[in-house]
Write a protein of this length. Structure first.
Length: 177
């Protein structure tokens, strides 16, 4: 049941497309070079995830063609909606260097600190990585190495990536697991 808001969105899309009539979207198939980004590897042997591995479905087709490198960029802005106090999560999905999808949505909880809203965005991004990997595997697309997930809040990334990081809040511990 389309409503007035849907028609307004279609008008905006039509206006954008008519203004950008000569613009193009480039599909880049070359793999990104992340050799200049330092990757810290931690020993997960003493955590509850010591034997964790990606679950590759047994009924997925055999991968064909060139492998793709997945990259996701995520961010959140604190208190985007001034009435409810909720933040917005933004995520950009890339296969090799081509953007394939984006996600921008109001978070379901109101956070009082930047760390909280960024951590919610990190969890959403992690869930989308798992879904995208599974979808690509069922499409027969080989995935090259681990997915690069990039964000701008170092304390959130360290809390999510270091196995011995101290987690003070219960909801952060539940999101972590």
């Amino acid at each position: 049941m389309p409503r007035q808001a849907h028609l307004d969105h279609v008008k905006r899309i039509h206006g954008y497309l008519s203004k950008m009539r000569h613009a193009t979207i480039k599909i880049r198939t070359d793999a990104p070079d992340y050799s200049n980004i330092p990757v810290k590897l931690y020993d997960w042997g003493y955590s509850c995830y010591a034997d964790a591995k990606e679950e590759i479905p047994s009924d997925a087709p055999k991968p064909k063609r060139k492998p793709v490198t997945m990259t996701l960029f995520f961010d959140a802005n604190l208190c985007h909606d001034l009435i409810s106090g909720k933040s917005v999560t933004g995520i950009l999905h890339q296969l090799n260097k081509t953007p394939i999808n984006w996600h921008s949505k109001l978070q379901s909880t109101a956070e009082t600190a930047t760390f909280g809203s960024e951590y919610v965005a990190t969890r959403t991004c992690s869930e989308q990585v798992i879904d995208l990997c599974l979808t690509l595997r069922y499409l027969g697309v080989p995935i090259n190495g681990p997915t690069m997930v990039l964000g701008d809040n170092e304390s959130v990334i360290n809390s999510a990536a270091i196995p011995h990081s101290k987690i003070h809040k219960r909801w952060v511990a539940l999101s972590y697991h």
